[in-house]
Design a binder for this molecule. Sequence first.
Ligand SMILES: Nc1nc2c(ncn2[C@@H]2O[C@H](COP(=O)(O)OP(=O)(O)OP(=O)(O)O)[C@@H](O)[C@H]2O)c(=O)[nH]1
Ligand SMILES: [Mg+2]
Length: 242
Amino acid sequence: MIYLLIPVYNEEQNIPPLVSALDRAIKDMGENYRLIFVNDGSVDGTPGVIQKLKDDFPIEMLENSPNQGVGVSFDKGFKHFIQTAGPGDILITLEGDNTADLGTLPKLAAAIRNGNDFALASVYSKEGEVVGTTPLRLFLSFTANVLCKLIFRMPKVNTFSSFYRSYSYEAMRKLYEKFDNRPIAERGYICMVELLIKLYRSGYKFAEIPTCLNSQKRLGMSKMKIMQTIQAYFRLFAKHLL
Ligand SMILES: Nc1nc2c(ncn2[C@@H]2O[C@H](COP(=O)(O)OP(=O)(O)OP(=O)(O)O)[C@@H](O)[C@H]2O)c(=O)[nH]1
Ligand SMILES: [Mg+2]
């Protein structure tokens, strides 16, 4: 079984097309799936939209209220996956703004079936690509990834911060056990970097799979809190270097 985990905040416009596209993509792979949304105190119609989609698709909705951040949402979703799934199951995480290339899904699943503990869909690896984002966002994201590579000494990783990844059930369960059920302390977007460092340093086997992120597919505004995220990166770098 493939579990999909998607944290969402105010994504009412993007969720319906994303769910239809995911359903088609996973069925084309010949797989069964469960889709877990973590609605993080959205103030638009997101919870109603998800509730309605439950009639036609295998969807569960976990909720935070009020908004608590991406880190808290991922942690809730990971714990739910560990409690509900079993050996052999695969978790794929992605964004709810419909910007991910779903053509990468079969490769993310195959990487786990071929013995990796986790896999990173990678926009900054050789054949990866970012389309339709602003030059400032691209510069910040690229720089953050290069600094992570140097500071955390992880030469084989090119993309540190993306949500788009796959994990084996066994790897996730063991990681939560190893870190006393608290591998994620960061509340914001940087939780993805924090988690990756812990997986890497625990010696887990991984693959990087090139993907294309297309921001033009998103309807509505970006939810990224740029200043908060920059501050979080500096805090993490300082903690590591000092
Ligand atoms: N649970 C939760 N999800 C959030 C929060 N903020 C954003 N998200 C979700 O996280 C995902 C990524 O947010 P985006 O706004 O696309 O951020 P980004 O991809 O870094 O920025 P863009 O390149 O501008 O798209 C989306 O699914 C959002 O709905 C939050 O506070 N809590
Ligand atoms: Mg996005």
